[in-house]
Design a protein around this ligand. Structure first.
Ligand code: FAD
Ligand code: SF4
Length: 473
């Protein structure tokens, strides 16, 4: 245990964000990096619980109490070694993870959780600064080859582990750069892309080959790759956005969040020309439909692009600010989140149904909305009921649909290989991550449905483990 009275002596202190007035002017990361001194004090709060619920809640099984204690004792190298045993990209989860571990921390019962995510980030960046994150190529190659389709966190984690096992790995990516949603979904103010480049560079140096601008199933047949490599991993994400098929949907200025964020991220990355002005927010009245994290990312980008004003609307009721008896510790609660982007300026409305889009000269101008009630039937299924006489309009020049993702693309690999799908339309696998097609594996959002980075890494790792067993048969 770090400090037997640490949790009594020190309060939880998050390192926090840069001031709004400053950060809104640029796309650099809004979150500040925790210093080693700050982190040591925060690790002192860890009680080294007999049953560490933080560890139980982490999809990667991170050794949280152990590395908290090591940091407290100033043994940063050992802490990094332990962290990197379970997490391939702690510098990414340290920035972006919703931290299930913190909601499960025992201190959550009647106090405030240990700052586990920030501690993880501090360890990862300390290790990079010290030069401890080395490119280590395997000493022996097995002679086996694996093709990985998709370079998001699932594909990258799978590639990393399989490469360490000694297999030859080639990652195919349809976009012009690597990282999946980390590159073209998550905005730079949450994850500056040098963080991703630094990691990919290391993977490259370790011997993984990366090929961009190749859509497998289109530019190159998946069956051809399977023949050439003998083993194929599908980590193509969950790319089909949920639509809102109502009157006026085809008006200009209505787009999916992913198209909006992709264009924005490319501009930040140096693309010179705005390809589609109709989905650039400068001077526009922006409405984001969908109250989740992707919607919040769109809010942050729209403010930086110089939107006239930003409104975010959500169909469901406003979540509670604190845990309710329906969601006791150590469960992950659905709570009201006020993100750094919300702090930067945004009106938020709940229980709002969008009934139709109204336009002029082919461009969106208004949303016709109504207030709704959510009722649960005997089976607990939610039903949306419009409240009579509550119709109202919201003016808008840009409407961003941030309604989540349905399932992976069918056209291309899934159709070509005639893969079996699960009831949600995701690629079905057996417990060893093999699809209905022999030697074809799947992991990440493509198998699990839209999820989180930490789960994508966990899936990539587990998938690699099963592939290695399979290749060694
Ligand atoms: C805007 C946004 C913000 C998010 N923020 C967070 C966050 O803060 N924290 C968090 O935990 N999660 C976040 N998520 C979710 C997280 O990004 C995903 O769960 C995660 O990236 C899934 O990883 P993946 O590797 O399975 O798929 P992806 O990241 O989607 O990567 C799949 C890759 O496969 C490529 N591909 C697809 N088909 C082909 C093909 N046929 N040939 C070649 N390449 C192909 C795609 O181009 C893509 O690069 C966010 C998601 C979005 C959309
Ligand atoms: S649950 Fe919290 S206090 Fe207990 S070991 Fe984990 S981080 Fe430390």
């Amino acid at each position: 245990m770090a400090d037997i009275k640490g949790f009594l002596k020190f309060r939880r202190e998050e390192i926090g964000y840069r001031p709004v007035a400053e950060r809104i002017q640029d796309y650099r990361e809004v979150a500040l990096l925790p210093s080693p001194e700050h982190t040591r004090i925060q690790t002192a709060r860890c009680m080294d619980c007999g049953i560490p619920f933080c560890h139980w809640a982490c999809p990667l099984g991170n050794y949280i109490p152990e590395w908290n204690e090591l940091v407290f004792r100033n043994r940063w190298y050992k802490a990094y070694q332990l962290l990197s045993q379970t997490n391939n990209f702690p510098e990414i989860t340290g920035r972006l993870c919703p931290a299930f571990c913190e909601y499960a921390c025992t201190l959550e019962i009647n106090d405030e959780a240990v700052t586990i995510r920030e501690n993880e980030l501090a360890i990862a960046e300390f290790a990079f600064n010290k030069g401890w994150v080395k490119s280590l190529s395997p000493s022996k190659r097995t002679g086996k080859k694996v093709a990985i389709v998709g370079s998001g966190p699932a594909g990258l984690a799978c590639a990393d582990i399989l490469n360490r096992y000694g297999h030859r790995i080639v990652v195919f990516e349809k976009e012009d750069d690597f990282g999946g949603l980390l590159r073209y979904g998550v905005p730079d103010f949450k994850l500056e892309k040098w963080v991703l480049d630094r990691r990919i560079e290391r993977l490259r140096k370790e011997g993984i080959e990366f090929l961009a601008n190749i859509a497998v199933g289109k530019e190159i047949k998946a069956s051809k790759l399977l023949k050439e490599f003998g083993c194929l991993v599908l980590a193509g994400g969950c790319g089909v956005s949920r639509d809102l098929k109502i009157e006026g949907r085809d008006l200009k200025g209505i787009c999916f969040s992913i198209d909006y964020l992709k264009q924005a991220n490319k501009l930040v990355a140096g693309e010179e020309r705005i390809k589609d002005e109709s989905i650039y927010a400068q001077g526009k009245r922006v409405v984001v439909i969908g109250g989740g994290d992707t919607g919040s990312d769109c809010v942050g980008v729209a403010n930086r692009q110089g939107a006239k004003r930003v409104i975010q609307i959500e169909l469901l009721p406003k979540p509670p600010e604190k845990r309710t008896p329906a969601c006791p510790w150590p469960k992950y609660p659905l709570l009201l989140k006020t993100s750094s982007s919300h702090q930067e300026g945004c009106e938020r409305y709940w229980q709002v149904l969008t009934k139709k889009f109204l336009g002029r000269e082919g461009k969106v101008k208004k949303l016709l909305c109504a207030k709704v009630e959510i009722e649960r039937d005997n089976l607990g299924v939610c039903r949306v009921k419009e409240i009579p006489h509550t119709e109202f309009e919201i003016e808008a020049d840009l409407v961003i649909l941030a309604l989540g993702f349905l399932h992976p693309q069918r056209e291309g690999i899934v159709e070509e290989l005639d893969l079996e799908l699960d009831e949600c339309g995701n690629v079905k696998t057996n417990p060893q991550f093999m699809t209905s097609r022999k030697s074809v594996f799947a992991c990440g959002d493509m198998r699990r449905g839209q999820s989180l980075i930490v789960w994508a890494i966990a899936e990539g790792r587990a998938c690699a483990y099963h592939i290695d067993n399979y290749l060694r048969l």
